[in-house]
Each structure stands twice: as C-alpha cells, then as structure tokens.
Design a binder for this molecule. Structure first.
Ligand code: MSP
Length: 491
C-alpha cells in the first residue's frame, strides 16, 4: 500500500469535450481505479484551464463575459465526466481563488530566485494552442501542432530562464530513464533540448483574462504557467496536507502535443521553485475520426456523451483503450466501435457470463451442495495475474486488456470442451464452480476499465466485488442468480 497521485491535463473550456478529451481522462481514471483496488491512497485530479487569449476570444465571440462563459462550459465537462464514470477526487478550475493565489506565490518564488527578467518578445503566437513559436518552428507559415494560422506578437514581456535548466533536465532524464513513457517521447524531448533552448515568455501584456503578474501588475501570467501550477495548487501548495502527502505526482497523463510543456517547462519551473519533479509523464497518442483529424470545420467532432448514451459508457471506455497501445495514435469510428461491441463484449464477455449463470440456474437442483469444490488447475493456468498486475503498474493498459480477453476466451473454450450440460453431479458442480471462480477473478481485473460492468458481473454471480487480495482462485460459496444480458448486440 502506498500513495498514488494521478493527473489529467486541465482542459480548455472554449468548447464542450470531445472524444480525444475523453481518452485522456479515461486513461487517468483507469489508473486511479487500479490503484484504489491495490489499496493505495489515491488522489485523482482533473479540471479546467480557463484563462488566456483563446478563452477570452471564445467568450467575445459569444458576446458574454469570460467568467460567465467559462462557468457555462465547465458544467459540460463535469456532466461528461459523470457520464463517463470518472472517479476524480478533485476538479480544479484555474479561476478558483486558491489556485490564483498559489500561482502568485509560485511566481514570487521563481522571481526571488532570480530566474525572471524583463525583455521584449517578438515572434509568433498560436492562439488555439496558446504557444509561442519561432520562425523555424513554423510549417508553411502555420502552427506545427494544429496547422492553424499564427499571429505576430511584439510586446514587452517577462521571461523565465528556461535555458539555465536545459543541462539539469538532460541530466535528470539520464538518471530517470523511465521519466517519460513511451521512451521515444523522451528522446524527442532530449533532442530538442540538445539544440537551442530559448528563455520562455511568461507574461502577456495584451491578454487581461488572466492572473495578474505580481512583480509588475501591468502584465498578466502566461496561461501555460498558470495551468501547470494546477498540479500543486490543487494539493494546497505550499502548506497543504495533501501537498505534503501526495506530491510528487506519480503520473501526469497527457497527450503528445503538450509533452514539451510537461517534460521540459514544468520540470524547469519546479527546479527553480525548489520542488520535487513528478515521477512519470505518460504521453498518449491522438484519436482521429474516420481517419481524419477532428475539426469543427470538417464537422467530425465526436461527442463522447452521445456515444456513451447510445452504446454504454463501458463500451466506449473499453473501445478507447482497445483501439491502440498507449502512446500510439488511434482512430474512432462508430463502425469500429460496433464491431468491438459485438465481436468482443457481446460474444466473448457477455456470452461467457450469461451462459455460465444460466447453467448455474438451470442445474442448481442437480448440483445442490456440489457447487463448492476446489478450482481445477486447468483454468488457473490460463491467467497470469502477476503479469497483468505488472502491465497495469506500467500503464500498459492495452496489453492488460488483451490478457484479460485471452482469459475470457479460455473460459469460453472450457465450456466448449467440458460441455457441462452433459455432466452430472460432482463433475458438473466442479465445472460450474471453476467457471464462476474464473469470472470472479475477471470481474475484479476488469473493474478499472469497465466499472459498472464489473459490478454487474459480480452481482450476477452473487459475490461482492473483491479487491486485489481476492485475486486468487479459492473456495467461495456462490449464490448465482441470472440477471439478463450484460451487453446487447448492436446493429
Ligand atoms: N489546457 C491544456 C493543458 C494544460 S495542462 C497543465 C490543453 N488542453 S486541451 O483541452 O487542448 O487538451 C487536453 C487533453 O486532450 C490533452 O492531453 C490533449 O492531448 C487531449 N486531446 C485533445 N485532442 C485529442 C485527440 N484528438 N486525441 C487524443 N487526445 C487529444 O492542452
């Protein structure tokens, strides 16, 4: 038992969440639930990034004050997280008073350290990504990340001495080779750090929907410095009990386009403030939709709430993880989702449970008193629980799910081989017992991925959902009751 602090990036509230946002938060939720199962003290943080030019513009476009605008959009995030069964411990908003105060203190620390100086910024700015860009970073004159127009900015600004920390960060990478997962994302960062690293503009003069910059109130804090600080302000930094207990973060879950911010800028700011660095940064890939980048102009933005309501939350959660290994890009299409539902959830998992439970019901009289036998070795060998635990601990969610599916297939094969309906008495009782035992173990391991399905399975086989200690095959008295199909076939 230990502590586990997991975070999602905080989401821009210029619009309601889409399937890509759902992906980030579902990954973090699975990790949080896994560690709770393990018995760890978990703090799972998510929230919203509400300041900056992008939000200011979105509010203007709607003709409302920024605060009114963000208050409305934030509700959509909260509703979506509810539908997606996101078990966060705290939802932070960067407009929270405590957060704004913490940002002020964080800036003061870095300022006192002598890491901030006044200068002038002249270069490009991508508003949708809230990112400063140099000439050489542009691709065909556009933002290299989102491909959209950039604008020229020339203004007085305060800079953070990012270049001072370049060697320290490279050294940290060497000493912590698993800091960034997958590893190739670390090489990308290291290569960039080995080139020219410019100091970072950390204030905006022309953007007032932001936190005032303490040392010079005619400036406002750059939204990324404000945003990154959420990971400690949410814990009550500097004096909060939660900060003392949970920091450093065990893992920041992020998407690939914001790796530089999390694996270079954030560590540099933390080093400057004299704080410990997070243990890991888990960088996931991007979802396209029907093979195309999601965009409003293409009209292919997928609303995760609609999908969850149409097919079920757990089917969507399952699909998000099952479509690619973490770190790789993946594609969403309703066709692919339907095929996973029918091909894996209904015909493998659903079928196993409904067949087993209905056989138990049907043969209950026959096996009365005989159902509670010892588990056969055959099935125990079909699942490597330790391997799954290791995969989960190393964020290899796709691979863990694959192992679980293999186990379900072996349970289905066990039914086909044994043909329980031809058996009688003790043999029948033992066979059904083994199946139930396998399903019980499965119901625990599947919990982080599909929490309500896991609870439903436990209910149907008549046990209370177990914890990590129950992950062994042993004698348990079952009172199975048939409860209907867990997944329904989709046309
Ligand atoms: N506000 C910043 C993060 C600040 S964290 C201190 C931000 N917000 S975001 O709303 O644009 O993105 C939030 C998360 O959603 C990121 O992890 C991002 O990678 C993820 N995704 C956004 N679109 C995505 C896809 N199409 N596919 C997968 N994830 C993507 O960045």
């Amino acid at each position: 038992m230990g502590k586990f602090y997991v975070t999602t990036p905080i989401f821009y509230v210029n619009d309601k969440p889409h399937i890509g946002h759902a992906y980030t938060v579902v990954i973090a939720d699975i990790l949080a639930r896994w560690h709770r199962l393990r018995g760890d003290d978990v703090f799972f943080l998510t929230g919203t990034d509400e300041h900056g030019e992008k939000i200011q513009k979105a509010a203007e476009a709607r003709g409302v004050k920024p605060k009114q605008f963000v208050d409305e959009v934030v509700e959509k995030y909260k509703e979506a997280w509810k539908v997606l069964d996101i078990s966060y411990n705290k939802f932070i908003r960067t407009t929270d008073k405590e957060h704004e105060e913490a940002v002020g203190k964080f800036i003061d620390r870095i300022y006192e350290k002598g890491d901030i100086y006044k200068g002038e910024y002249e270069g490009w700015y991508c508003v949708p990504d809230e990112t400063f860009l140099t000439d050489s970073q542009l691709v065909d004159g556009k933002c290299p990340m989102c491909g959209r127009e950039v604008k020229k900015v020339k203004e007085e600004a305060y800079f953070f001495k990012l270049s001072k920390y370049k060697d320290k960060i490279l050294k940290f990478y060497k000493e912590n080779p698993d800091f960034i997962i997958p590893n190739f994302r670390m090489s990308e960062m290291a290569n960039r750090l080995e080139g020219e690293v410019k100091d970072l503009d950390i204030t905006r003069k022309s953007v007032s929907w932001a936190i005032p910059f303490g040392p010079d109130k005619s400036h406002f804090v750059y939204v990324w410095v404000d945003a990154l600080t959420n990971y400690i302000s949410a814990l009550g930094w500097p004096d909060g009990k939660n900060f003392k207990f949970f920091w450093p973060a065990d893992v920041h879950v992020i998407g690939k386009e914001i790796n530089w911010f999390h694996s270079v800028i954030w560590p540099a700011l933390l080093m400057s403030a004299g704080l410990e660095l997070p243990n890991r940064v888990m960088v996931h890939g991007w979802f396209t939709v029907d093979g195309k980048k999601m965009s409003k102009s293409l009209g292919n933005v997928v609303d995760p709430v609609e999908i969850a309501k149409k097919y079920s939350t757990d089917a969507l959660r399952y699909f998000l993880i099952r479509s690619a290994k973490l770190g790789e890009d993946s594609d969403f299409s309703e066709k692919a989702l339907i095929s996973k539902i029918n091909g894996e959830l209904v015909s493998n998992i659903g079928n196993l449970i409904s067949r087993t439970v209905s056989m138990c019901k049907k043969f209950y009289k026959e096996i009365d008193g005989e159902l509670y036998k010892e588990t056969g070795d055959e099935l125990v060998k079909q699942i490597d629980i330790e391997k799954i635990e290791t995969l989960m601990d190393n964020f290899m969610l796709y691979e863990a799910l694959e192992e679980l599916l293999k186990f379900v297939k072996s349970l289905n094969k066990y039914i086909a081989d044994k043909e329980p309906w031809k058996l009688r008495g003790k043999q029948l009782g033992d066979t059904l017992y083994n199946l139930l035992e396998g399903i019980r173990v499965f119901s625990i391991l599947i919990y982080p991925f599909m929490p309500s399905t896991s609870l439903e399975i436990s209910k149907q086989i008549g046990v209370k959902l177990g914890s990590i200690e129950d992950l062994k095959f042993e004698k348990i008295v079952y009172k199975p009751k048939y409860g209907g199909h867990i997944f329904n076939h989709v046309k």
